[in-house]
Design a protein around this ligand. Structure first.
Ligand code: ADP
Length: 494
């Protein structure tokens, strides 16, 4: 049998410890699946102040204290705490890189009250990337692969190719860099570059510089041994279009032979209506009638009246341009004219908070809005809604459409990135399909798709068939985890 691999999975957010979006779900679930497939995988993340250390059972690692980490002219001390992510089947060790002055704050990347980036994010994530490499050496655990995720870890591949190039400890270590969202690049003024302590020639178009700034996502793109992103369509989009490549499409295209798309899976231990402990009535397709009980609970929770035969559309999302909220904003009155109700859970940009807050006042019987981050309500929305709307401008993978399929909540999506790869448009002629898709990023197109869904909903038998198709789809992590393992192996052999 082939030797097991040692993999360090690096992420700035990991469910259940700290989460702002899909990256946390991936980081919580993929390592467990890889571990189940008999590889040694451990996770490392920053030790944020918002992590409840008692509830999450963090322990100090006594041997790993006060490890010096050079960030520019400063030396920070790194310590390590440890805990586990565990489910029925596996237990994955999670290390928390700790420096209270940098990470002992309530937010991950932004100040929660103002939504403004912490001004020292360059220093924080330089410390994280370099600290990881220092800590591993002290620990004496040599990974075959360091799997980096997004810009917050983008310096690691650059360090391994330069500062640590001749370090025997890392001689056989390869890097995989996964892009979860090309639009978040970690850009800083060029004056931040000395903090990285990388060789000065890396501050150039060949290295970390892009459009006059230091760009940490670019660092990952240029220096990693392999690049992945979270759907095949998005892998194509980011290297062929200005719009999706966000200024780095040429770099991505240059590395097209090393760039692959691997779709995210979902954790059916967490997102599964048959076992979900956060919803009042558990169900599967045979007991789909119970979905109506969840709908009642959801309408009640959101202060909306129950109206028989009217579909309820759910939205759970960061309130950001990416997610299509300008389309929703433009067409809200038109949507509200249709025979439907809507619930929205989200937090993010102020203008969308205002827009949704106003909508809830204007249409109190039709739309319920909660402007917060609320895991429990997210589960209830998946269980209680009839449809789920994701009109994204772009969507690297998207998770909620996959949760929706499992919960018998029919997705209405724009055909972009992972949404296009995972949802099949319903065709009345063939009777096939798992949802409703539209192509152009225009409100008229979105409205047509919603209209089609609402009309189809009126035909109960057809609607049930669409639900059945969706619920029978399998987006569990295993097949994607095997793809990652194949990729790791291809690098280790080289
Ligand atoms: P992204 O990572 O771009 O935000 P994804 O669809 O990949 O989008 O993942 C979003 C994840 O975050 C999902 O698990 C979703 O349920 C969750 N989420 C987003 N906003 C909220 C919120 N306000 N409350 C609870 N969960 C949320």
């Amino acid at each position: 049998m082939a030797k097991h691999l040692n993999v360090l999975f690096l992420s700035s957010e990991v469910e259940p410890f700290a989460k702002t979006g899909g990256l946390a779900d991936v980081s919580g679930a993929l390592p467990q699946t890889i571990k189940n497939l008999e590889h040694e995988i451990r996770v490392m993340m920053p030790c944020y102040g918002c992590i409840d250390e008692r509830k999450s059972k963090l322990h100090d690692m006594i041997r790993l204290k006060d490890i010096p980490v050079q960030v520019g002219t400063k030396t920070y001390q790194a310590s390590v705490k440890s805990s586990f992510i565990s489910s029925n089947h596996s237990k994955v060790q999670v290390y928390f890189l700790d420096n209270p002055s940098l990470f002992g704050r309530p937010g991950l990347y932004v100040q929660p009250e103002t939504h403004k980036d912490y001004p020292d994010n360059d220093e924080r994530f330089t410390f994280f990337s370099r600290g990881v490499l220092e800590v591993l050496k002290k620990m004496g655990w040599q990974p075959d692969i360091i799997h980096c995720n997004d810009w917050t870890t983008g310096l690691v591949p650059a360090y391994l190719k330069t500062v640590y190039r001749d370090d025997p400890f890392y001689r056989d270590t390869k890097t995989v860099f996964t892009i979860h969202n090309m639009a978040y690049q970690g850009t800083f003024p060029k004056s931040s570059f000395p903090k990285t302590c990388l060789p000065p020639e890396l501050l150039s178009e060949k290295g970390l510089e892009a459009h006059g700034k230091m760009n940490l996502l670019k660092s990952g793109l240029v220096f990693s041994d392999a690049i992945t992103t979270v759907s095949e369509k998005y892998a194509e989009e980011i290297r062929t279009s200005d719009e999706y490549g966000c200024g780095l499409q040429d770099i991505a295209d240059k590395r097209k032979s090393d760039l692959t798309g691997i779709i995210n899976g979902i954790d059916y231990n967490v997102w599964n209506p048959t076992v979900d402990e956060l919803i009042p009535h558990r169900y599967d397709f045979r007991t789909i009638e119970l979905k109506k009980e969840n709908k009642k609970a959801l309408l009640d929770r959101m202060g909306l009246p129950l109206k028989d035969g009217i579909p309820l559309i759910g939205i759970i999302s960061r309130l950001a341009d990416q997610k299509g909220f300008d389309l929703i904003s433009e067409s809200l009155d038109a949507i509200m004219k249709m025979n439907l109700q809507m619930v929205v859970l989200g937090t993010g940009e102020r203008k969308y908070h205002d827009m949704l807050g106003k909508a809830a006042k204007k249409y109190p019987a039709k739309i319920g809005v909660e402007l917060s981050f609320n895991e429990k309500l997210a589960h209830l929305i998946e269980a209680g809604s009839d449809m789920f709307l994701m009109p994204s401008l772009y969507e690297p993978c998207g998770l909620n459409q996959l949760y929706s399929l499992k919960y018998g909540t029919v997705p209405i999506v724009r055909a972009t990135g992972g949404l296009d790869d995972t949802i099949e448009d319903y065709h009345p002629s063939s009777g096939n399909g798992t949802g409703f898709k539209f192509n152009r990023y225009e409100s008229a197109e979105m409205l047509k798709a919603i209209q089609r869904a609402v009309q189809t909903f009126a035909d109960e038998a057809t609607w049930k068939k669409i639900i059945k198709h969706g619920m029978s789809k399998d987006f569990s992590w295993e097949s994607s985890a095997r793809k990652y393992i194949r990729l790791y192996r291809s690098l280790v052999r080289k």
